[in-house]
Design a protein around this ligand. Structure first.
Ligand code: GLU
Length: 453
């Protein structure tokens, strides 16, 4: 046996639906952990289920990973490796480790019930293991096709889980798992091991719904004389009410989150830290998360998903985004003239998504007066007359509003709100001292004049 040197991890989704936030967490944990080990990540597509696997879901996985800026070493598709799986299948059959079974679901149910009534665990009794070759041929001649179970060694399997610590599973408490269906197709368990061996995977990091598969898989690694990778099983992500995430229950997909204007880096930050003993941070760069990465901080209890938390985090991320990092996105919205940088620095604390910049850009450039009906013509008249001449600077707002306050005896909200409404059409928004400068005197006078009868 050779020692594996290069650290390699894999993310192994089935293309049977759009990736949801729980899948994204597995992906991001794998990526950050791989990078923290100076290793690589491989994308393995678990598409042995021909019925449910769809090309459009494969495409969307690639799209999601590109959006998240996750670089991968390679892509492998299980559907392209059936010949290799068949070779290993035959070796395991020859060794008597895979054995043909013919029991129907009904018959299996009966066995389970019988065991339970006798106070025994409801596991498969290995009846098919003692079928003679004559009996097997007879079944086949009746048109019955066998499915194949793996003969587990009835012993304890132990491993030191990267997240859960020492684990021991007694394999005599399980039914021998079915690895091959009656139509000859492979269930996930065996191809996963063959691929992990083939791709020289050093660490398998996945959801804790796979803990019991791990016992079988460790036996398979041993049987195939391969080095056993390190395993880590993270708790699953659940909805607020504790229910499980699933592609089928319409959990929010990554593409929905992306379309809602959440930044990729927000999601990376969120998934890296949610369900750990560390606070979720608003890092602008993944490298900050990779530094000091520690899997043991992942909690054993489920991570509770909160979209509101993602939205808040996204706001924080946007507040600190430099103009350079959003220039291209702004340009796509048509925000690309010489005030674009100033504009961004002023509005970035007042948006929930980059696309919301458009609203503030329109407030500067479009006619916002039409649907506003503000009373108090006299107040606007005074404001109009007090507006300083250009050039304007950071002090203009203060000197203007002090003057208006003196002349009208208005203060606070009474003073500022009508001005804000007249100038922007909104009752909240960016700091007016700065926003005023983006508008310039011409637009401000026009907007005030509109309310003077
Ligand atoms: N396709 C499996 C899943 O999505 C992969 C599990 C594994 O990482 O081994 O659950």
């Amino acid at each position: 046996m050779t020692t594996l040197s290069q650290n390699k991890l894999r993310f192994a989704p089935s293309p049977t639906g759009y990736l949801h936030i729980g899948n994204a967490r597995t992906l991001i944990l794998n990526y950050i952990f791989a990078k923290s080990l100076q290793g690589d990540l491989i994308l393995r597509i678990d598409d042995t289920d021909k019925e449910r696997s769809k090309e459009k879901f494969y495409d969307s996985i690639i799209e999601d990973m590109t959006w998240l800026n996750i670089d991968i070493l390679d892509i492998k598709r299980q559907s392209e490796k059936t010949d290799q799986y068949k070779k290993i299948r035959d070796i395991l059959i020859d060794k008597g480790k895979l054995y043909p079974c013919f029991e129907t679901d009904e018959e299996l149910n009966k066995i389970r019930k019988l065991n339970l009534s006798r106070g025994l665990p409801p596991i498969y009794n290995r009846a098919s293991l003692s079928l003679s070759s004559k009996e097997i041929e007879e079944f086949k001649s009746q048109g019955k096709k066998p499915y194949w179970r793996y003969r587990l060694n009835h012993e304890d399997v132990t491993w030191s889980d990267l997240i859960r610590g020492n684990q021991t599973i007694d394999c005599s408490t399980f039914s021998d798992p079915v690895l091959i269906r009656a139509d000859g197709s492979f269930l996930y368990t065996l191809p996963s091991v063959i691929d992990d061996i083939d791709m020289k995977i050093t660490h398998v990091l996945r959801g804790e719904d796979h803990v019991s598969n791990t016992a079988t898989q460790i036996q398979l690694f041993d049987e195939l004389n391969a080095e056993i990778p390190s395993f880590g099983h993270h708790s699953l992500m659940v909805h607020k009410d504790g229910s499980r995430m699933s592609k089928r229950t319409g959990s929010m997909s990554l593409r929905d989150i992306r379309d809602a204007g959440i930044e990729a880096i927000t999601l990376v930050n969120y998934c890296a830290r949610i369900g750990t003993s560390d606070a979720v941070e608003a890092y602008q760069d993944t490298s900050d998360l990779i530094k000091n990465y520690d899997l043991s901080k992942i909690s054993r209890s489920p991570a509770r998903y909160s979209y509101e938390e993602i939205e808040l985090l996204n706001k924080k991320i946007l507040q600190n985004k430099t103009f350079a990092s959003v220039k291209t996105d702004l340009s796509k919205l048509g925000i690309n003239d010489e005030i674009a940088e100033k504009f961004w620095n002023i509005i970035r604390s007042n948006i929930n998504s980059i696309s919301e910049s458009q609203k503030w850009w329109d407030i500067i450039n479009k006619d916002i007066r039409s649907d506003l009906e503000l009373e108090d013509s006299n107040f606007f008249s005074i404001a109009y007359d007090s507006l300083p001449q250009e050039p304007w600077d950071d002090t203009t707002w203060l000197s203007w509003t002090s003057e208006v306050s003196k002349k009208t005896s208005r203060k606070g909200r009474e003073l500022y709100l009508p001005l804000r409404l007249a100038i922007t059409g909104e009752n909240s928004g960016p700091e007016l001292a700065s926003f005023l400068l983006l508008l310039g005197r011409g637009k401000v006078t026009e907007r005030l004049e509109f309310h003077i009868k």
